[in-house]
Design a protein around this ligand. Structure first.
Ligand code: ATP
Length: 268
């Protein structure tokens, strides 16, 4: 059902990341099955999918935490597939993992410093501390507090802030909405959008929460069992019947006119 090209761009933007035929395994289990996608510079691209679809594995493979078995990951004019994570960070790709993973015993300030470990420009790092505090004022208030004592939403803000401290060109965000209240999700996604627009950070956003992700994204892919099964402009995906039924819980009508939840179907 992947009618359109797996290629966002009808847009003219140049791709900052180009993934070609990627395959990744956990032992004998093939988690990513020939994924190809493009992330155009300056855009927010989302990858949607249910639990276990392979979204996290895709991000881990891009950031070098996992080695792919096959395929290419083109970034900055070279194929970075299989490179060590620290080289990938130095090249400008930062991965904000699922579940935040802040350093709980370190303070907010120390966590932010850790994000800048690859940098050698103390003045720029100091400026970026202030930039992060500007976007997340609550972190400035709590700068001397241990990260483990922050709320879930504040830890998510810190994880994003720590990622920003590497001054990334491309940020990989894994389920930033996970476990947060709708109000906090809205707040965090508004900031993600602002960071994209104001700081020029290209975003690849993996989400199960399709609605918030498609509202903030420019382009979207849908992943199922390790494969991409749909690709389209985010606004068109929001309107797509399949996406509405599958991910947005939009109700259909029975012949008798009674409301019911439509049967789950797969695209393959
Ligand atoms: P979630 O939203 O739950 O993180 P996901 O779309 O990110 O889901 P992945 O975590 O990438 O999915 O998992 C893809 C597949 O790989 C699943 O079938 C999962 O069971 C399997 N898998 C993930 N991690 C491991 C692991 N450490 N060892 C073995 N299999 C794994």
């Amino acid at each position: 059902m992947l009618k359109q090209a797996i290629n966002p761009a009808e847009t003219t933007a140049q791709s900052v990341l180009s993934v070609k035929n990627l395959e990744s395994y956990y032992g004998p289990i093939m988690a990513i099955r020939g994924v190809s996608l493009e992330v155009p510079e300056g855009q927010i691209v989302t990858v949607l999918g249910a639990n276990g679809a392979g979204k996290t594995t895709l991000l881990k493979t891009i950031s070098g935490v996992m080695n792919p078995e096959k395929g290419e990951i083109w970034y900055g004019g070279r194929n970075i597939a299989g490179e060590e994570p620290d080289r990938v960070v130095k090249a400008g790709i930062v991965h904000v993992p699922e579940g935040r993973e802040v350093f709980p015993l370190l303070t907010v300030e120390e966590n932010l410093k850790m994000g800048a470990y690859v940098r050698r420009d103390p003045k720029g790092v100091a400026e970026d501390h202030e930039m992060v505090y500007g976007y997340f004022p609550i972190l400035a208030e709590r700068r001397r507090q241990a990260a483990g004592t922050l709320s879930g939403g504040q830890q998510q803000m810190l994880a994003i802030g720590r990622g920003l401290m590497a001054r990334p060109k491309l940020m990989l965000l894994d389920e930033p909405s996970l476990g947060l209240s709708p109000l906090l999700v809205k707040e965090i996604f508004t900031i993600i959008r602002r960071l994209n627009r104001e700081q020029g950070v290209t975003m690849m956003l993996v989400e199960q929460n399709a609605k918030v992700a498609l509202e903030v994204a420019d382009y979207g892919y849908v992943m199922e069992l390790g494969r991409l099964v749909m690709a389209d402009d985010a606004k068109r995906l929001l309107q797509s019947k399949d996406v509405q039924e599958f991910y947005l819980g939009v109700q259909g009508e029975t012949q008798r006119g009674q409301k019911r939840w439509k049967q789950k179907k797969t695209w393959r």
